[in-house]
Design a protein around this ligand. Structure first.
Ligand SMILES: [Zn+2]
Length: 289
């Protein structure tokens, strides 16, 4: 017998046997995987939830904060208002001539806390110099310096000290109303003065409470002198005047006074150009020499 090459039929030869084996092994492995997968799916409910989908985990991109364009000669700082509840601890401040155990430091703390609530509700950050009953230092002089230090070390945008007035001179009983003190230190916000700050806050308190506004008064008080930002001191009413005394006793008057102070602070922040950037409030301050 002779072998004949059949016409049209080609003979194949495996050129690279090891490569062929490797390809076949891969094919068998893949086939096995498919069979195993089909077998494990059998009998399970065919709803979509049974199909395990492995989510592609992408690295969380670090958000790039947008820079704030700071004008020449300015610096940018986050807004924070420092509230200073006058007196406290061993220093009760002015005391009631009409009833026992009613004194300034409890009124100022209550009003300061109410102001804080109004401001934080509006997204304006607040720091209290005296968050509780206690005084800051046994020496009155050092106590006042400590209050200014809190404002300075926190780069406060604005500082508001809250007090209750008393007058014991001639005709004391008829002296009443509210006053706001300022000093006019060096300008921190271009074109803005502490006198302007005092006037805005005084007008707002008058609008909300209806109390007599005796005006703004320039006086070199420790907390006004030693703070490095616009600072005012509000004398909310006279504890020595019967009508004011009863106001100071009422929660309604304290709340309205607090609302007036908060409104005044908010208007002032607008006037000094406070702006929101990525959810936070900022101000530009002039760079000191
Ligand atoms: Zn006082």
């Amino acid at each position: 017998m002779t072998f004949r090459k059949l016409p049209g039929k080609r003979r194949y030869r495996i050129a690279n046997p090891s490569r062929f084996i490797a390809v076949m092994m891969l094919f068998i492995l893949a086939l096995t995987a498919v069979i195993v997968a089909l077998a494990s799916n059998r009998g399970e409910p065919s709803d979509q939830s049974s199909v395990a989908v492995t989510p592609t985990v992408l690295p969380t991109p670090t958000p790039t904060p947008k820079p704030i364009n700071v004008p020449d000669g300015k610096k940018v700082e986050p807004v924070v208002v420092v509230l200073d509840a006058g007196h406290g601890g061993r220093d009760p401040g002015t005391t009631s001539p009409f009833i026992k155990d009613f004194y300034e430091s409890e009124v100022t703390l209550d009003i300061a806390k109410k102001v804080e609530k109004y401001l934080t509700d509006r997204g304006i950050p607040v720091i209290q110099t005296r968050p509780g009953e206690d005084h800051l230092n046994d020496s009155i002089e050092k106590d006042l310096l400590a209050r200014a230090d809190i404002a300075n070390s926190n780069n406060a945008s604005l500082f508001v000290s809250i007090h209750v007035n008393a007058y014991e001179g001639k005709g004391a009983a008829s002296v009443n109303g509210m006053e706001v003190y300022y000093l006019n230190k060096d300008t921190v916000y271009t074109g803005f003065t502490e006198e302007r700050f005092a006037r805005i806050v005084g007008e707002e308190i008058k609008n909300v409470t209806g109390i007599k506004f005796n005006g703004v008064i320039s006086r070199s008080l420790s907390v006004l002198r030693n703070t490095e930002m616009p600072a005012i001191l509000v004398e909310t009413a006279y504890i020595t005047n019967k009508e004011d005394h009863d106001r100071l006793r009422s929660n309604e008057f304290r709340d309205k006074t607090a609302l007036g102070i908060a409104n005044g602070i908010e208007l002032t922040l607008q006037e000094i150009g406070a702006f929101e950037h990525e959810g936070e409030l900022y101000v530009f301050k002039e760079v000191g020499e």
